[in-house]
Ligand binder design. Structure first.
Ligand SMILES: *Cc1c(COP(=O)(O)O)cnc(C)c1O
Length: 376
């Protein structure tokens, strides 16, 4: 059996090696390292794939979130609501910009923002909502957008884990993750569903004026060379990363299908085990692109199982072991533990299993058998 990896990027590279190597060589031979043609081409390709008017490439997913908030003109003291159960980058940029993060509980089944908690958290100071499409499944955008509209709030989608996922509205309209709110933010970190060979990110919007603002912010607030109209940052996707992404984008749907196939294997294997809750799919509104395949262990010792997997050389992850509202950096006396029932229990239950495009049946059988033998 091939060694099991949490993420297998080498196997994926083998399949696109010729194209990637020749694109990278060309960039080196022409020395168009920054803002070369590959960046523009990838931008256009991604706009087409997502069916969105504007893609603004940038240096990473964290910057994408920060720049989106800067572009929307959010100011010190504005409250921004986001999920308590996400990667820290989401709340980090809110705090960094001196906005006020308001963390709220998630649904225990979908791990995404809870709509009742969202409604309860809104105050006159609330300016934006950041739904996180955690593990590869969209948050309940239909309701998020309704709440936002009713209260005149911006919606900034964090789609770092869900690129390529499709959301279906009640009227049958379909839209890609990251293109439903005012602005969407993604990451091309190597382990994401569409990953480059270093850091990368992008911002999506259908708003022409906002797109213009964002394109200036990523480049030192310059709209004309050496004229700085707004405070900006330096956040660029470099040409080499763009070339890698250009090679991988046409394969993204295949990659996501391979992940779904591995997920289906896991689902079936675990179906009869009452100590495992497999990922719930909100099939009425979103498909799931399985950035992570995350199970919940119920009525058994998750940490003992994790240690057993470790001993069997089966990699796994606990995303996330501490809710954000209990992190030293983001504690706030306004929070009430009774409002975080789900996140406080999820941290003890969740376990993410190996998930990537190169998992084979022998590996999946070994992983699932090891888990089931331990729990039974
Ligand atoms: C990865 C990730 C980010 C940050 O992306 P980087 O490119 O690593 O900066 C933000 N939010 C979520 C939910 C992520 O998973």
């Amino acid at each position: 059996m091939k060694k099991i990896q949490m993420v297998d990027l080498i196997g994926q590279y083998e399949q696109i090696k010729d194209q990637v190597n020749s694109s990278l060589t060309q960039i080196m031979e022409t020395a168009q390292f920054v803002n070369g043609p590959a960046v523009k081409q990838f931008q256009v390709d991604l706009e087409q794939y997502l069916d969105v008017k504007h893609v603004i490439p940038c240096a990473n997913g964290t910057d994408a979130l920060q720049i989106a908030m800067m572009g929307l003109g959010l100011e010190q003291g504005d409250e921004v609501i986001t999920a308590d159960f996400t990667f820290a980058a989401t709340v980090e940029v809110i705090a960094l910009l001196k906005l006020t993060p308001v963390l709220i509980d998630v649904d225990k089944d979908t791990f995404t923002i809870n709509i009742a908690a969202l409604k309860k958290a809104i105050t006159p100071k609330t300016k934006a909502i950041v739904p996180v499409h955690l593990y590869g499944q969209c948050a309940n955008m239909e309701e998020v957008l309704e709440v936002a509209k009713a209260h005149n709030l911006f919606v900034i989608e964090d789609t770092a884990q869900a690129i390529g996922a499709t959301y279906t509205f009640k009227d049958g309209t379909k839209q890609k993750a990251g293109t439903m709110g005012h602005v969407g933010c993604t990451s091309f970190f190597p382990s994401k569903n569409l990953g480059c060979y270093g850091d990368g990110g992008a911002i999506f919007t259908n708003d022409d004026a906002l797109a213009h603002t964002l394109r200036g912010i990523v480049n030192h607030g310059m709209y004309r060379r050496y004229y700085h109209d707004v405070v900006g940052v330096n956040s660029r996707l470099d040409s080499m990363q763009a070339a890698v992404l250009q090679a991988k984008l046409p394969l993204l749907d295949n990659y996501n299908a391979a992940r779904q196939q591995a997920a289906a294997y896991y689902d079936k294997a675990f179906a009869s085990c009452n100590k495992i809750s497999t990922p719930h799919r909100e099939t009425s509104y979103s498909d799931h692109v399985f950035h992570q395949y995350t199970i919940r262990i119920i009525g058994a010792d998750r940490d003992a199982l994790a240690a057993h997997l470790q001993a069997q050389n089966i990699p796994h992850g606990i995303y996330y072991p501490v809710p954000l509202h209990l992190q030293e950096a983001y504690k706030d006396s306004r929070y009430n533990e009774a409002d975080f029932v789900q996140t406080n229990s999820l941290i003890h239950e969740v376990l993410s299993l190996p998930m990537h495009t190169e998992l084979d049946e022998e590996q999946l059988a070994f992983i699932t058998n090891t888990i089931l033998e331990f729990l039974n």
